[in-house]
Each structure stands twice: as structure tokens, then as C-alpha cells.
Design a protein around this ligand. Sequence first.
Ligand code: HAS
Ligand code: CU
Length: 539
Amino acid sequence: MIKSRSLVLAHLGVAVAAFAGGTAMALMQALSRADVDLPLRSPEMYYLSVTAHGVLLALVFTTFFIMALGYLVAETTLDRLDTPGLAWAGFWVAVVGTVLTTLAILSGTSTVLYTFYPPLQAHPTFYVGATLLVVGSWVWCGVLIRTYLGWRRTHAGAPTPLAMHGMMASVVIWILATSGLAVEMVGMILPWSFGLVETIDPIVARTWFWWFGHPLTYFWLVPAYVLWYTIIPRVAGGRLFSDPLTRVVFVMFMLFSTPVGLHHQFSDPGIGSGWKLAHTITTFAILFPSLVTAFTVLASLEDAGRRRGATGLFDWIGRLPWRDPFFASVALAMITFALGGFGGAVNAAYSMNVMVHNTAWVQGHFHLTVGTAVALSFMGCTYWLLPRLTGRALAWRPIAVAQPYLWFVGMQIFSLSSHVAGLLGMPRRVYTGDFLGAEAADAWSWLTDVSAVGGVVLFVSAMGYVAVCLATIVVGEPSVDTAIEYAEPIEPVAAESGLWDRFGLWTFVAVVLIAIAYVGPFVQLLSLERFGSQAFRPF
Ligand code: HAS
Ligand code: CU
């Protein structure tokens, strides 16, 4: 049993609670858009619930789950976790922040969505809470870095254990990402929301937001990849295809995840098209590590199928443990990500983005990526983790086996219909699918009914996940699965630590790339008379 199990369990508990709240909101949204007349349905309730849904799932569920995984990986790969007291302090700061933000949203004063774009303004508590959540996560970064450096001192020259390599990449990505958010919050939004300054510059704020918001998506994805690379091959009965290739992938995410944020702002004024093109090119660079991942994880799974006796070209697929809830979750997450990645390449293309930007397509895209590739991997991991943390076997196993398949089916229905509706012109972030009878909506309004069906299936699946987690804790039988084991690579790991383990060097290169990508656009924005804002004086 691992020493910091209560710390990991506490983080996991908040993650699952946030998941339960966030997915409950989603059912209402899907039905509202299909124009089903629910008792409390109104535009105000719609935006309140979308804000709660986005914040609780995209920001709280993910962050707490990743913090849990980080502590678990540090302790099980390095055999230490330094300053556990500090880790608990960080946990409570993040919990207080989450409670403040959630209360601000539920009070109806902060319906600004998870992107909180100014000039939409929330109650100051919303921003203070979000800031505390980030401060709590910085404590997590500090504890992991300290633990890692402590381990390095006693293991000079040894290669970083691969799972920890991925978690350290996530830590670096998070620090680089949240540096932009900190400037936006402290330099612009907090003074404005407390009334210290009167105006705010929406474009400058959005640019800082997407400095943060894009690498945020890789802060979610890289820990999921840690599961795909370092644990799933073992669960499937195989080996990791290549250890060095995996390290290269994690480093590429550190380098390319931040200097791409303008791909969320192709339609924003005030930023030159040359800079937007530069970010298009770096965005295509960030497709590359995922394409490598597609190859590597498939090769690892093929190895597993062959070790289970497959001999033909494709029969290894059928030999994989499809009734194991962790394996099935991740495999279905991978298949879904192939579709989400295709959509990502469409979004990234400067010219095609115009066709899909701010349409329902985008909501389809991110439910395939963060909503499935990441969230379904994390759900599956919970099924694997809970018995190892609580000493209780998974309860209500048939529900756990069915749940990932339900999620997969529900999500295909929901997301594919959203993609098509987007291509037909349906805007995103709207509370009614038929636009109160507007003629233009005839083209797509039937698709909102289809996506509501997907929403209902997803809701049933989500509640199944929450029920299995609760039942395991309350009525789970004693567990025999207690070992946390990582996959062995096919070729042995190099004896010495190499170039890809040099986090200081790669962080430096990442900072240089960020400077190249952002100094120009900011100089441009801040030198334009009409964008110069009285509210913005951080320098
Ligand atoms: Fe994205 C918008 C571009 C990936 C999340 N993205 C969003 C938003 C979110 C989001 C939340 O360029 C909306 C933000 C908002 O609210 O406005 N995205 C990309 C690109 C990628 C990408 C190029 N996105 C992600 C990931 C996310 C995420 C990952 C979360 C975790 N995205 C964009 C752009 C926009 C955008 C624009 C702005 C749109 C707009 O106009 O507003 C790439 O990283 C994707 C690479 C992925 C692949 C797929 C590899 C496949 C793998 C699986 C292999 C396994 C197989 C099967 C095949 C190349 C690794 C296994 C087989 C078995 C038998 C088991
Ligand atoms: Cu992005």
C-alpha cells in the first residue's frame, strides 16, 4: 500500500465529486438546446449551467485528477514524496478556491463560461477562487519538482523513470501555461473586477488567456499519455514499443504546446496575419507527437495481442482485454482521439478555421479530445486505481465494464452531430437549437435532437462511473490487486540519463520559443491606439 494514499485519495475524491456535478449540468444543456421544455429552462439557467459544466469538468476534475496521478507516480517510481505537509496545504488551497468559484457560479452572478472572456464580468469571488485553484496546483508543481530534484541528487546519472518523465513534462507545461493566466488575472481581471480600474482590453486579455488555454489542453493530455504509454501496455499484457521515442514525445509537448495559442484567435482583430500563420505552423508541429503516439501505442497493443497468442494480421485486436474497464476505457479513448485529432488539423488550418470557428463543430471537437481521449482515460484509470488505494475490489463490476462503451457510443452521437451542425452553420454557446423558430435554423435544428440523445446516454454513463466509485468505497470486497506496476519497454532502458531527461535545458528552449511567438503579437497589440487600454498597465 502506498504511503501517500490518503493524499492521492483526497484529490481523487474531489475530482469525482466535480465530475458528478459537472456532468449533471450537461444533461440539462443538451436537452435545452434540443428545445425540450424543462421546468427551470431559461437563457440565464443555460449559461449558469454551461459555466458550471466547463469549470467543474475542464478545470476542476482534470486538475485534481492530474494532481492525484502526479503524487502517485512520484511515490511509486521515485519511492519518495518530499514535503507531504506542503502537498496537503496545496490541496486545501485548491479546495477552497474550487468552493468559492462554484458558489459564485451557482449564485448566478458569474455566468462567464470557462474561458471568462472580458468584457463579460463575473463576481470577484469567481476570479479569486480560480486563482486559488491555480495557486494550489503550483504547490503541487513545487512538491513534484522538489521530490524529483531530491531523487536526482541520490541517483546522479540514472534515467528518469518514464512515467515520472511524463509527469515532469506536465509540470513544466503547467508552469509555462499558467504564467500567462497569472498576468491576465493579476494584471487585468482582478483590478477590473474589484473596480480599481474601469475598463479592460478584451483582445489583450484573450491573448493572455490563450497563451494559457492551449497548453492547458496538453496539461490534460500528457498525463493521459502517461497512462497510455507506461501502464496500459502492461494491463493489456504487452510491452512498451519504445522508451526513447516516448521521451522525445513528452519533450516535444513541452516545446510546442505554448507557442500556438493564436490558433484560437484566427478571427480576432489586431493581430497580424503573419503571426497567425506562424502559430499555424507550430500547431502543425504539435500534431506530430500525437501521430508518433498513434504509432507507438498501436505497436505496444499489437505486442500485447501477439503475446496473448495472436498470429494473423489483425487478430491481435480481438485478443486484447476488452472486458477490462481500464483497458476498454483507454482503447475507446484512443479510437475517439483519432477522430478528434483529425478535427484538430481542420481547426488548425488558418483558412479552414473560418468555416468552423465559433460553431458547434468546436464543441464537437473538444468533447472528443478532452471529453473523451482525456476524461475517459481518467475514468478508466479510477477503476484500476481505487482497488489499489482502498484495498477494496471494484464493486458493481458489470456497470464498470459497460460504462466506457456507453460513454463511447454517447459521445460519438453527441460529437458527430455537433460537427455536422457546425458545418451547417450552427453557432456554439447557444441555448436554443431552433433559434426561436428562425428559418436559418431549419438546416440544423434536428441535429440538436440527435445530440440530446447522445447527451442522455453520456449522462447515464457518467452516473454509472460515479456509482461504481461510491459503491467500491462503501461495499467493495477486500481486493487482491494492490501492486502498481509499469510497462517494460521491448528494448531495455538506457543505463544513463540522456539528452531527453534534461528538463532545465528543454524548459529554456520552450521559453525562447514562447518569446519568439508572443513578443511580436503583444508589441503589435499594445502599440495600436484603439487597443491601448487604461486598464492594462502591467509593464
Ligand atoms: Fe483542440 C479548439 C487544434 C488537440 C481541446 N481544442 C479546442 C478547444 C478545446 C480543445 C477545449 O487549431 C476549444 C477551446 C474553446 O473553448 O474555444 N486541437 C487542435 C490540434 C490538436 C488538438 C491541432 N484539442 C486537442 C486536445 C485537446 C483539445 C488534445 C484537449 C485535451 N483545437 C485546435 C484549434 C482550436 C481547438 C485550432 C480552435 C478552434 C476555434 O476556431 O475555436 C492536435 O493536438 C491533435 C493531435 C491528435 C492526433 C490523433 C492521434 C491519435 C492517437 C490515437 C491512436 C490510436 C488509435 C486506435 C488510432 C494527430 C494518438 C487504437 C486502436 C485500438 C485497437 C485500441
Ligand atoms: Cu489550442
